[in-house]
Design a protein. Structure first.
Length: 133
């Protein structure tokens, strides 16, 4: 199997296989900066809800959160773990991160981790109002 990584952070596979030859491959996706068209307003991220399926076995999904234009140091790292065969679940993770803008990186570095993310929801507080992405 031949893998090709792009400058944009994508991992492409040539050919087909059912295993990764015993070597874990880190796959990730990074969102753009999110500010709800209000970059000057202080916000607080209070939770993330992830709806995902495991295709086979178990999978741990990691979520790094970056704030206020600093994309080199994650302010928070969260982990969502699922196990079982063809398991669909909605996992909510509560936390608090103050910011004006944020972006997130979703990744896994497990051996043979197969999963599908259907949706991610972030709950944001803004002066007593809850915003949901």
């Amino acid at each position: 199997i031949t893998y090709l990584g792009s400058y944009g952070g994508y991992l492409y596979q040539f050919g087909e296989a059912t295993a990764d030859d015993g070597v874990a491959i880190t796959g990730y996706w990074t969102s753009p900066w999110i500010d709800f068209s209000m970059p000057d307003k202080n916000k607080r991220i209070v939770s993330s809800t992830i709806l995902m399926d495991t295709v086979a076995g178990s999978a741990s999904l990691h979520l790094d959160i970056y704030t206020d234009w600093d994309d080199t140091t994650a302010i928070k790292t969260l982990t969502c773990t699922m196990s079982g065969s063809t398991n669909t679940a909605e996992k909510r993770i509560d936390f608090t991160v103050p910011c004006r803008v944020f972006k997130f990186k979703v990744y896994t570095n497990e051996l043979n981790a197969q999963f599908i993310i259907h949706k991610m929801i972030f709950s944001i507080l803004l002066k007593g109002v809850t915003l949901v992405t």
